[in-house]
Structure formats: structure tokens, C-alpha cells
Design a protein around this ligand. Structure first.
Ligand code: ADP
Length: 193
């Protein structure tokens, strides 16, 4: 069983790669972004509280996301966990280390998807346009203004995790600019090494 974190800015491709790992390796994707959007769509108390914060592009509280993750770790572990969009702060990273230890598990890799900022903006603006063209609606935070705040949150609060996992010997950098299959192959190289 292999447990990994996918690290990287919004639009780096964490969700896409996580889904491929779920299909190929029977791993379980734990996306705090998806969990929070579900809470919002189902109108739970927590969903109502986080909706504005998310639409703006800021991070929700550590306590909220740590609670969501804690519940999931106690269930089925299948081929291992893919943490997608979590942890996003040093406090979350420390909490995750503790929660994994409680389960008798350890993290194997923190895989950083490296992508240039201008590509991120193009991908996210493109994703929003595609959603609208397909007759749906774009994510509330997939607009230029929220994206600026999301990128700032990434650089201020999340990018210190790169040093954190490097110091733990877990960091693996992957070029996120290749094709989906190219990136997938690079990640497979890390997992199968
Ligand atoms: P992206 O990686 O494209 O920004 P996500 O779906 O991972 O999107 O997250 C969407 C939003 O959900 C974030 O901008 C933030 O408001 C909230 N969120 C998700 N995960 C976390 C987290 N671990 N800590 C705090 N906020 C989070």
C-alpha cells in the first residue's frame, strides 16, 4: 500500500492525475476541494460556512479540512491514499503526519507537479470556458480574480510544504507541463522505483 500527496498550484493537474491513479492502482483519492464542494452543494452547515471563502479563493480553516480527512482515514485504505489538495498549510501537514501514525501508516511520497504560472491561468480560464460551452456552469472560483487569490494562497501558505517534505526526504518533483500520459508516466516512475 502506497500513500502519496500530490502537491502543486491550482491547475497543476492534481485531480486529473489522482483520477488516473484511482483507475490504474485502486488507490483512494482524498480531495478536500471535492469534499468541500459536496458539502456546499448538499447545503450542510459546514457547506454554507465555507462557500464564500472558497468562491473568493482563500483557504478554509485547518480545523475544517483536518476533520474531513480524519473521517476518511479510518475507512477502507484499498491500494493506498492519494491526498489531493491536502495538506495546504504546515499545520495541516503536521496534523496529517499524526493522523497517519494513529492508523499505523506512513506517507511514501510527496509528488510536486511543477507548472508555470501562465500555464495555470490559461488552463483554469480554459476549464471555465469549456464548462460554460458544454451548457454547465464554471466553478465559482474559476475566474481571474479568485485565481489571483488562490495563487497567492498557494505561494504564501502551501509552497512552504515543498521544503517541509524535502526535509523529510519525501519530495519528488515531476514536470507537470507534459501531456497527461507523460505526467502519468513520470508519476509511475516514482511509485514503481
Ligand atoms: P484548486 O487546487 O484548483 O485550487 P481545490 O478543489 O483543491 O482546487 O480547492 C478549492 C478550494 O477549496 C480552495 O481554494 C480552498 O478554498 C478550499 N480548500 C480545498 N482544500 C483545502 C485545504 N486543504 N485547506 C484549506 N482550504 C482548502
Amino acid at each position: 500500500m502506497t500513500h502519496i500527496i500530490l502537491l502543486g498550484p491550482p491547475g497543476a493537474g492534481k485531480g486529473t492525475q489522482a483520477q488516473m491513479l484511482v483507475e490504474d492502482r485502486n488507490m483512494i483519492q482524498l480531495s478536500t476541494g471535492d469534499m468541500l464542494r459536496e458539502a456546499k452543494d448538499s447545503g450542510t452547515e459546514m457547506g454554507k460556512i465555507v462557500a464564500d471563502v472558497m468562491a473568493r479563493g482563500d483557504l478554509v480553516t485547518d480545523e475544517t479540512v483536518i476533520g474531513l480527512i480524519r473521517e476518511k482515514l479510518e475507512g477502507d485504505k484499498a491500494g493506498g491514499f492519494i491526498f489531493d489538495g491536502f495538506p495546504r498549510t504546515l499545520a495541516q501537514a503536521d496534523a496529517l503526519t499524526g493522523l497517519m501514525a494513529e492508523q499505523g501508516e506512513v506517507l511514501d511520497h510527496a509528488i510536486e507537479l511543477q507548472v508555470d504560472d501562465d500555464v495555470l491561468v490559461d488552463r483554469i480560464v480554459g476549464r471555465a470556458a469549456d464548462a460554460v460551452a458544454a451548457g454547465g456552469t464554471a466553478r465559482a472560483d474559476d475566474n481571474a480574480e479568485s485565481l489571483k487569490i488562490r495563487l497567492m494562497a498557494y505561494y504564501k501558505q502551501t509552497s512552504p510544504l515543498i521544503g517541509y517534505y524535502h526535509a523529510k526526504g519525501l519530495l519528488k518533483g515531476v514536470d507537470g507541463l507534459g501531456t497527461m500520459d507523460g505526467v502519468k508516466a513520470e508519476i509511475a516512475g516514482v511509485l514503481d522505483a
